[in-house]
Structure formats: structure tokens, C-alpha cells
Write a new protein. Structure first.
Length: 333
């Protein structure tokens, strides 16, 4: 019986080798269509507001012998939409309505032409809701909170009194300077904008100012004779942090030594910081850091205060005035 099985395996293996050899020969004789020239691209922010209408425009693909057609595909309708045939005019732009439900979605584009292998491009994006208790829940400000509307751009800020000052509870998102979180304007009201120090000292509206380090000391309960420049505000982080979720995912990870109370109503949310390097904004520290500029500075650097996810302290550090970007909270004059 064993000999019969071995004989069968040998016969089967020989037959398979002949078949594979035949297949390879056939594949070598099959002509493969060349790819269209270039690399297909299109731009889309990482974060998009729910229900927005956007127009996406492809680029980078070309046909050396004629025109290019385009079609688009999205994950929420699962439909293919051909917007341009290769013999038609137009740039292949596609107007799309963003889903009304928050979450992560995808969209892709393809460039095609007869006789060529198509090119494709793919983007993943997150739909957000910037309304109160929308994408961010549990921040700590309420519908009945005292508010301030920035007359320059209509930005709405919730206010709380702590440490003898009136503070904005949400990060400044004045559109006249700074950059959007992950270069996505949809996040401005949610995360605030990130400013370098030179922008930060000019960003607060009239009647408000960038807080000093001693203002942060008073907020953390370390004012007067107890405060000194460069001091770590020990045991104070939890009183400044909000136990928040973003699109139903917890932002500050749980650490036993950090008791999040938000007793100051400062409502710190961990959207990190950014560094400008060679003309590129590099965002980092999401879900780990909250970072805020102070007005204290020397010739080249300025003091910022930060909270780290697993430490119940508020730390000082110095950042370059031009390349380091942090959040801004304004204090009433």
C-alpha cells in the first residue's frame, strides 16, 4: 500500500511539473498592458465634518497616446461612479457628500484607458462632529456654561473661573493664524489650532491674553510664595484633565496614579503638539500630551506647560518660538 502511495505521488508530481512548465510558457507568451504614465494622486484631509460636500480632483496620471478616464469608489455606498470616459473632456473631479455618521471611511480613485493597465489611489479619513458632545464627549463644558464669541471669526468658547482668572475651557481656534490639527480644518473647533509662540502672543482676542506661567501656577494651586519659575506642579494634572472620548474612543488612557477630576474646569484634552521641519508640519503626542504656551520667554525660546498621560504632574519645558507648535488657552484681562 505504501509503495502504491509513493508511486502515485511521483506520477502526480511529474504531471504537476509538466503542467507548471506549460503554464509558465503560456504566461510568457501573454502580453501585459503597459501602465498609464505617472502616479495617480488626490488630496483629502484626514478629518472631515459629517455631511460636508467635497469635490475631489485627481492628478498625476497621463496617457501617452490619448485621454484618461476616471472612476471613484467609496466604502459607505460601495458604488463605483465613472465621472469621465477617456474620450471625454474634464479633469475627473468628483463631488461627494460625506456620511452623516462619525467613523472611519475610505475613498479611492482610478485612472483608466483602453490598452493600458489602470492606476489607482486610496485615502482613509475620519468623519467628525464638531458640535457640543459630538465627536468629543465628556470635555466638561456644558450647554449652560458662560460663553464668549470671538468677534473676529465667530469662534465660540466656554468659560470657567479658576485660580482667580477667567479661562477659556476649549483651545483657541482663531483662523487668522496657526495651523489646523493634522492639517484638517474640520478639527479646529474640536482640537483648537496649533500656534508657534510668535503667533500665540498675538492670537487671543481683544480683552484676553496668553497666560503667564504664574497664571498656570495659580490654576494648579501653586501661586504666591509657593511658586517659582520652572516648578513642577506636583499632583495637579488630574484636576486639569477631562475624561473624554473621541468618536467613542477614550483619549486619556487609564493610569491608577492619575485621578482625572477636572475640578478646575480647565478641560485638557490630549491632542499633542506639532513641530515644523523643513516646511512640513509633524504632528505627534495625540492621546498622550496636552501642551499649552505661556507668555514667559527668553530670546529664542518660550515656556510651555504640558501634561503627560501617565503622570499626575504639570511640567514646564522650553520650545523654539518659530518651529514648536502648541495649543493656546486665553485668560480674560
Amino acid at each position: 500500500m505504501i509503495m502504491k502511495i509513493k508511486t502515485f505521488i511521483l506520477i502526480f508530481s511529474a504531471a504537476a511539473l509538466v503542467a507548471l512548465s506549460s503554464c509558465h510558457k503560456k504566461d510568457e507568451e501573454t502580453e501585459v498592458d503597459p501602465y498609464l504614465d505617472g502616479t495617480l494622486t488626490f488630496s483629502m484631509p484626514l478629518f472631515v465634518l459629517k455631511g460636508d460636500v467635497m469635490t475631489l480632483t485627481p492628478g498625476g496620471a497621463s496617457n501617452p497616446t490619448g485621454g484618461v478616464g476616471y472612476y471613484w469608489y467609496n466604502s459607505w455606498t460601495e458604488k463605483r461612479d465613472t465621472v469621465k470616459r477617456e474620450n471625454e473632456t474634464g479633469d475627473g473631479s468628483w463631488t461627494v457628500t460625506i456620511p452623516s455618521e462619525t467613523g472611519t471611511y475610505t475613498v479611492s480613485a482610478a485612472a483608466f484607458a483602453e490598452g493600458y493597465t489602470s492606476l489607482s489611489a486610496y485615502k482613509e479619513f475620519v468623519v467628525v462632529d464638531s458640535s457640543l458632545e459630538g465627536s468629543v464627549k465628556g470635555a466638561g463644558y456644558q450647554k449652560d456654561s458662560v460663553t464668549f464669541s470671538d468677534p473676529r471669526d465667530g469662534g465660540l468658547y466656554y468659560l470657567a473661573t479658576a485660580g482667580g482668572n477667567v479661562w477659556m475651557q476649549n483651545n483657541l481656534y482663531y483662523c487668522g493664524s496657526g495651523i489646523s490639527y493634522e492639517n484638517s480644518p474640520a478639527m479646529d473647533r474640536i482640537a483648537g489650532r496649533l500656534y508657534n509662540w510668535n503667533e500665540a502672543v498675538e492670537a487671543c482676542p481683544e480683552g484676553w491674553h496668553l497666560p503667564s506661567d504664574s497664571d498656570f501656577a495659580a490654576l494648579a494651586g501653586s501661586d504666591g510664595e509657593d511658586y517659582s519659575a520652572g516648578q513642577i506642579f506636583t499632583g495637579a494634572a488630574g484636576s486639569l484633565m477631562s475624561n473624554v472620548t473621541f468618536n467613542d474612543l477614550r483619549m486619556w488612557s487609564f493610569w491608577p496614579e492619575v485621578k482625572i477630576t477636572n475640578s478646575t474646569k480647565f478641560a485638557a484634552i490630549p491632542f499633542g503638539y506639532a513641530i515644523d521641519q523643513e516646511g512640513i508640519n509633524r504632528f505627534t503626542g495625540t492621546n498622550k500630551y496636552s501642551v499649552f504656551w505661556t507668555s514667559d520667554n527668553d530670546e529664542d525660546t518660550a515656556v510651555y506647560r504640558y501634561i503627560y498621560v501617565d503622570k499626575n504632574n504639570v511640567y514646564p519645558a522650553n520650545g523654539d518660538k518659530e518651529s514648536f507648535r502648541a495649543s493656546v488657552r486665553c485668560v480674560k484681562d
